[in-house]
Design a protein around this ligand. Structure first.
Ligand SMILES: Nc1ncnc2c1ncn2[C@@H]1O[C@H](COP(=O)(O)OP(=O)(O)OP(=O)(O)O)[C@@H](O)[C@H]1O
Ligand SMILES: [Mg+2]
Length: 275
Protein backbone atom coordinates (compact mmCIF):
# COMPACT_ATOMS: atom_id res chain seq x y z
CA UNK A 1 0.00 0.00 0.00
CA UNK A 2 1.33 3.47 -0.89
CA UNK A 3 1.19 5.84 2.07
CA UNK A 4 -0.17 9.33 1.47
CA UNK A 5 2.37 12.12 1.04
CA UNK A 6 2.88 14.54 3.92
CA UNK A 7 1.47 17.88 2.70
CA UNK A 8 3.10 21.21 3.55
CA UNK A 9 1.19 24.33 2.49
CA UNK A 10 2.68 27.82 2.42
CA UNK A 11 -0.12 30.30 3.01
CA UNK A 12 -0.75 33.89 3.94
CA UNK A 13 -3.39 36.11 2.36
CA UNK A 14 -0.93 38.97 2.38
CA UNK A 15 1.39 39.15 -0.62
CA UNK A 16 5.15 39.24 -0.59
CA UNK A 17 5.83 37.69 2.81
CA UNK A 18 8.14 34.95 1.54
CA UNK A 19 5.83 32.00 0.78
CA UNK A 20 7.52 31.07 -2.51
CA UNK A 21 11.04 31.65 -1.16
CA UNK A 22 10.39 29.46 1.88
CA UNK A 23 8.60 26.85 -0.29
CA UNK A 24 11.58 26.40 -2.58
CA UNK A 25 13.99 26.08 0.35
CA UNK A 26 11.84 23.48 2.09
CA UNK A 27 11.60 21.56 -1.21
CA UNK A 28 15.40 21.66 -1.56
CA UNK A 29 15.95 20.51 2.04
CA UNK A 30 13.64 17.55 1.58
CA UNK A 31 15.22 16.62 -1.77
CA UNK A 32 18.72 16.81 -0.30
CA UNK A 33 17.59 14.43 2.43
CA UNK A 34 16.79 11.88 -0.27
CA UNK A 35 13.03 12.26 -0.30
CA UNK A 36 10.76 12.02 -3.24
CA UNK A 37 9.20 15.49 -3.34
CA UNK A 38 6.26 16.84 -5.31
CA UNK A 39 5.29 20.48 -5.57
CA UNK A 40 2.11 22.29 -6.58
CA UNK A 41 1.77 25.95 -7.48
CA UNK A 42 -1.80 27.14 -6.94
CA UNK A 43 -0.54 30.63 -7.62
CA UNK A 44 0.10 29.53 -11.19
CA UNK A 45 -1.12 32.84 -12.66
CA UNK A 46 1.75 34.68 -10.99
CA UNK A 47 3.75 31.46 -11.07
CA UNK A 48 6.75 32.38 -8.89
CA UNK A 49 7.44 28.80 -7.79
CA UNK A 50 6.81 27.51 -11.33
CA UNK A 51 9.17 30.13 -12.81
CA UNK A 52 11.74 29.39 -10.08
CA UNK A 53 11.75 25.72 -11.06
CA UNK A 54 11.83 26.54 -14.79
CA UNK A 55 14.89 28.71 -14.14
CA UNK A 56 16.40 25.76 -12.29
CA UNK A 57 15.77 23.39 -15.22
CA UNK A 58 17.37 25.90 -17.59
CA UNK A 59 20.37 26.32 -15.27
CA UNK A 60 20.83 22.53 -15.14
CA UNK A 61 20.67 22.29 -18.95
CA UNK A 62 22.91 25.27 -19.69
CA UNK A 63 25.55 24.36 -17.12
CA UNK A 64 25.32 20.58 -17.42
CA UNK A 65 25.13 20.17 -13.66
CA UNK A 66 23.12 17.67 -11.67
CA UNK A 67 20.69 19.29 -9.25
CA UNK A 68 17.72 17.72 -7.54
CA UNK A 69 14.28 18.86 -8.65
CA UNK A 70 10.75 18.08 -7.47
CA UNK A 71 7.91 16.75 -9.63
CA UNK A 72 6.13 20.02 -10.22
CA UNK A 73 2.49 20.73 -11.10
CA UNK A 74 1.02 24.18 -11.66
CA UNK A 75 -2.75 24.37 -11.03
CA UNK A 76 -4.67 27.18 -12.74
CA UNK A 77 -7.81 29.04 -11.76
CA UNK A 78 -10.87 28.00 -13.73
CA UNK A 79 -12.23 30.48 -16.26
CA UNK A 80 -15.76 29.09 -16.01
CA UNK A 81 -18.26 31.93 -15.54
CA UNK A 82 -20.42 29.92 -13.15
CA UNK A 83 -18.96 30.13 -9.66
CA UNK A 84 -20.18 26.65 -8.72
CA UNK A 85 -18.75 25.11 -11.88
CA UNK A 86 -15.47 27.02 -11.47
CA UNK A 87 -15.13 25.77 -7.90
CA UNK A 88 -15.75 22.17 -9.00
CA UNK A 89 -13.22 22.45 -11.82
CA UNK A 90 -10.60 23.86 -9.45
CA UNK A 91 -11.25 21.07 -6.94
CA UNK A 92 -10.73 18.49 -9.69
CA UNK A 93 -7.57 20.17 -11.02
CA UNK A 94 -6.03 20.26 -7.55
CA UNK A 95 -7.11 16.69 -6.78
CA UNK A 96 -5.63 15.52 -10.11
CA UNK A 97 -2.30 17.14 -9.21
CA UNK A 98 -2.38 15.43 -5.80
CA UNK A 99 -3.20 12.12 -7.48
CA UNK A 100 -0.15 12.46 -9.77
CA UNK A 101 2.02 12.99 -6.71
CA UNK A 102 0.63 10.20 -4.59
CA UNK A 103 3.90 8.25 -4.64
CA UNK A 104 5.83 11.18 -3.13
CA UNK A 105 6.98 11.38 0.48
CA UNK A 106 6.17 15.10 0.67
CA UNK A 107 4.10 17.53 -1.36
CA UNK A 108 4.85 21.24 -0.93
CA UNK A 109 2.07 23.61 -2.03
CA UNK A 110 2.66 27.31 -2.73
CA UNK A 111 -0.45 29.52 -2.58
CA UNK A 112 -1.13 33.12 -3.67
CA UNK A 113 -1.23 36.20 -1.48
CA UNK A 114 -5.01 36.59 -1.70
CA UNK A 115 -8.16 34.71 -0.96
CA UNK A 116 -9.28 32.43 -3.81
CA UNK A 117 -11.46 29.34 -3.62
CA UNK A 118 -8.60 27.25 -5.03
CA UNK A 119 -6.22 28.51 -2.37
CA UNK A 120 -8.72 27.78 0.42
CA UNK A 121 -9.30 24.30 -1.00
CA UNK A 122 -5.55 23.64 -1.15
CA UNK A 123 -5.08 24.86 2.42
CA UNK A 124 -7.45 22.22 3.70
CA UNK A 125 -5.01 19.49 2.60
CA UNK A 126 -2.21 20.74 4.84
CA UNK A 127 -0.63 18.45 7.40
CA UNK A 128 1.54 21.46 8.18
CA UNK A 129 0.50 24.99 7.24
CA UNK A 130 3.35 27.51 7.24
CA UNK A 131 2.51 31.20 7.30
CA UNK A 132 5.49 33.47 6.73
CA UNK A 133 5.16 36.99 8.16
CA UNK A 134 7.45 39.93 7.74
CA UNK A 135 8.50 41.19 11.13
CA UNK A 136 6.05 44.08 11.17
CA UNK A 137 2.78 44.95 12.85
CA UNK A 138 1.24 45.44 9.41
CA UNK A 139 1.75 41.74 8.73
CA UNK A 140 0.68 40.76 12.22
CA UNK A 141 -2.62 42.55 11.64
CA UNK A 142 -3.50 39.70 9.32
CA UNK A 143 -3.62 37.35 12.31
CA UNK A 144 -5.12 39.60 14.98
CA UNK A 145 -6.00 43.18 15.78
CA UNK A 146 -3.61 44.37 18.45
CA UNK A 147 -4.30 47.25 20.85
CA UNK A 148 -1.79 50.04 20.61
CA UNK A 149 0.14 50.55 23.86
CA UNK A 150 -0.91 47.40 25.75
CA UNK A 151 -0.18 44.98 22.87
CA UNK A 152 -3.30 43.09 23.94
CA UNK A 153 -5.14 41.05 21.34
CA UNK A 154 -8.51 42.70 20.56
CA UNK A 155 -9.83 40.16 18.11
CA UNK A 156 -8.74 37.65 15.53
CA UNK A 157 -8.47 38.66 11.89
CA UNK A 158 -9.89 36.97 8.85
CA UNK A 159 -6.93 34.75 8.01
CA UNK A 160 -6.83 33.32 11.55
CA UNK A 161 -10.59 32.67 11.33
CA UNK A 162 -10.04 31.01 7.95
CA UNK A 163 -7.43 28.67 9.40
CA UNK A 164 -10.14 27.30 11.72
CA UNK A 165 -12.21 26.56 8.62
CA UNK A 166 -9.27 24.87 6.90
CA UNK A 167 -8.70 22.71 9.97
CA UNK A 168 -12.38 21.81 10.12
CA UNK A 169 -12.51 20.92 6.41
CA UNK A 170 -9.40 18.79 6.76
CA UNK A 171 -10.88 16.94 9.73
CA UNK A 172 -14.06 16.31 7.73
CA UNK A 173 -12.08 14.94 4.79
CA UNK A 174 -9.73 12.54 6.55
CA UNK A 175 -9.97 13.27 10.29
CA UNK A 176 -6.45 14.62 10.06
CA UNK A 177 -4.83 17.28 12.21
CA UNK A 178 -3.16 20.38 10.88
CA UNK A 179 -0.07 21.90 12.49
CA UNK A 180 0.08 25.63 12.01
CA UNK A 181 3.47 27.32 12.01
CA UNK A 182 3.93 31.08 11.83
CA UNK A 183 7.38 31.88 10.52
CA UNK A 184 9.04 35.25 10.92
CA UNK A 185 10.78 36.14 7.69
CA UNK A 186 13.12 38.96 6.67
CA UNK A 187 14.22 39.50 10.25
CA UNK A 188 16.19 42.68 10.58
CA UNK A 189 19.54 42.39 12.26
CA UNK A 190 19.09 45.86 13.75
CA UNK A 191 15.61 46.67 14.97
CA UNK A 192 15.76 44.97 18.39
CA UNK A 193 12.76 46.79 19.94
CA UNK A 194 10.40 45.80 17.13
CA UNK A 195 11.66 42.21 17.34
CA UNK A 196 10.91 42.18 21.06
CA UNK A 197 7.36 43.46 20.52
CA UNK A 198 6.74 40.91 17.81
CA UNK A 199 8.04 38.14 20.07
CA UNK A 200 5.72 39.26 22.88
CA UNK A 201 2.59 39.49 20.74
CA UNK A 202 3.26 36.26 18.89
CA UNK A 203 3.75 34.56 22.27
CA UNK A 204 0.29 35.75 23.35
CA UNK A 205 -1.34 34.83 20.07
CA UNK A 206 0.31 31.43 19.88
CA UNK A 207 -1.58 30.23 22.93
CA UNK A 208 -4.82 31.83 21.91
CA UNK A 209 -5.11 30.65 18.33
CA UNK A 210 -3.05 27.51 18.31
CA UNK A 211 0.04 27.98 16.22
CA UNK A 212 3.72 27.65 16.91
CA UNK A 213 5.96 30.55 15.91
CA UNK A 214 9.48 30.03 14.69
CA UNK A 215 12.21 32.34 13.41
CA UNK A 216 12.82 32.04 9.69
CA UNK A 217 15.30 33.92 7.55
CA UNK A 218 17.00 37.23 8.17
CA UNK A 219 16.82 39.90 5.50
CA UNK A 220 19.54 38.81 3.06
CA UNK A 221 20.33 39.83 -0.50
CA UNK A 222 21.15 36.23 -1.43
CA UNK A 223 17.43 35.29 -1.37
CA UNK A 224 16.69 37.81 -4.10
CA UNK A 225 19.69 36.75 -6.20
CA UNK A 226 19.02 33.00 -6.29
CA UNK A 227 15.70 33.22 -8.19
CA UNK A 228 17.14 34.00 -11.64
CA UNK A 229 19.21 30.81 -11.65
CA UNK A 230 16.59 28.79 -9.81
CA UNK A 231 19.11 27.92 -7.12
CA UNK A 232 18.73 27.53 -3.36
CA UNK A 233 21.16 27.98 -0.50
CA UNK A 234 21.77 24.24 -0.61
CA UNK A 235 23.03 24.24 -4.19
CA UNK A 236 25.79 26.79 -3.81
CA UNK A 237 28.59 24.32 -3.17
CA UNK A 238 27.31 21.95 -5.85
CA UNK A 239 27.46 24.64 -8.53
CA UNK A 240 31.08 25.42 -7.76
CA UNK A 241 30.74 28.26 -5.26
CA UNK A 242 33.85 27.14 -3.40
CA UNK A 243 33.87 29.64 -0.59
CA UNK A 244 30.56 30.46 1.02
CA UNK A 245 30.62 33.89 2.61
CA UNK A 246 29.53 34.45 6.20
CA UNK A 247 26.05 35.52 5.18
CA UNK A 248 25.55 32.32 3.15
CA UNK A 249 26.74 30.17 6.03
CA UNK A 250 24.45 32.01 8.45
CA UNK A 251 21.52 31.66 6.05
CA UNK A 252 22.10 27.91 5.79
CA UNK A 253 22.16 27.70 9.58
CA UNK A 254 18.81 29.51 9.65
CA UNK A 255 17.42 26.99 7.18
CA UNK A 256 18.69 24.13 9.35
CA UNK A 257 17.08 25.66 12.44
CA UNK A 258 13.85 26.14 10.54
CA UNK A 259 13.73 22.54 9.34
CA UNK A 260 14.30 21.34 12.91
CA UNK A 261 11.59 23.66 14.23
CA UNK A 262 9.11 22.39 11.64
CA UNK A 263 9.41 18.99 13.28
CA UNK A 264 8.26 17.25 10.12
CA UNK A 265 7.10 14.07 11.71
CA UNK A 266 8.53 11.68 9.15
CA UNK A 267 12.27 11.16 9.07
CA UNK A 268 13.11 14.57 10.42
CA UNK A 269 16.57 13.44 11.37
CA UNK A 270 17.45 12.66 7.75
CA UNK A 271 16.15 16.07 6.68
CA UNK A 272 18.24 17.85 9.31
CA UNK A 273 21.37 15.93 8.39
CA UNK A 274 21.08 16.92 4.75
CA UNK A 275 20.89 20.70 5.21
N1 LIG B 1 14.69 36.59 3.87
C1 LIG B 1 14.65 37.37 2.78
N2 LIG B 1 15.61 38.31 2.57
C2 LIG B 1 15.56 39.11 1.48
N3 LIG B 1 14.60 39.06 0.56
C3 LIG B 1 13.62 38.15 0.72
C4 LIG B 1 13.58 37.26 1.82
N4 LIG B 1 12.48 36.48 1.71
C5 LIG B 1 11.86 36.85 0.58
N5 LIG B 1 12.53 37.86 -0.03
C6 LIG B 1 12.17 38.60 -1.26
O1 LIG B 1 10.90 39.19 -1.02
C7 LIG B 1 10.11 39.15 -2.20
C8 LIG B 1 8.80 38.39 -1.90
O2 LIG B 1 9.14 37.04 -1.60
P1 LIG B 1 8.22 35.83 -2.14
O3 LIG B 1 7.96 36.00 -3.61
O4 LIG B 1 8.85 34.58 -1.67
O5 LIG B 1 6.90 36.15 -1.32
P2 LIG B 1 5.42 35.54 -1.53
O6 LIG B 1 4.78 35.54 -0.20
O7 LIG B 1 5.51 34.25 -2.26
O8 LIG B 1 4.77 36.64 -2.48
P3 LIG B 1 3.34 36.51 -3.24
O9 LIG B 1 2.29 36.68 -2.20
O10 LIG B 1 3.39 37.65 -4.23
O11 LIG B 1 3.29 35.17 -3.88
C9 LIG B 1 10.96 38.51 -3.27
O12 LIG B 1 11.60 39.53 -3.99
C10 LIG B 1 11.98 37.69 -2.46
O13 LIG B 1 13.21 37.52 -3.15
MG1 LIG C 1 4.60 33.63 -4.05
Amino acid sequence: MISQPYVIVLGNEKGGTGKSTVAVHIIASLLHAGHNVGSIDVDARQGTLTRYLENRDKYIKDNKVKLLTPSHNPVYLSENKSVDEANKEEESSFSEAMEKLKGCDYVVVDTPGGNTYLSRFAHSFADTLITPLNDSFIDLDLLAHIENGTLNVNRLSIYAENVWEFKKNKALRNRGNMNWIVLRNRLSQLNAKNKEYMEEVLGKLEKRIGFKHVPGFSERVIFRELFMQGLTLLDLTEVGEKKLNLSHVAARQELRTLITALGLSKVNQRVKDAV
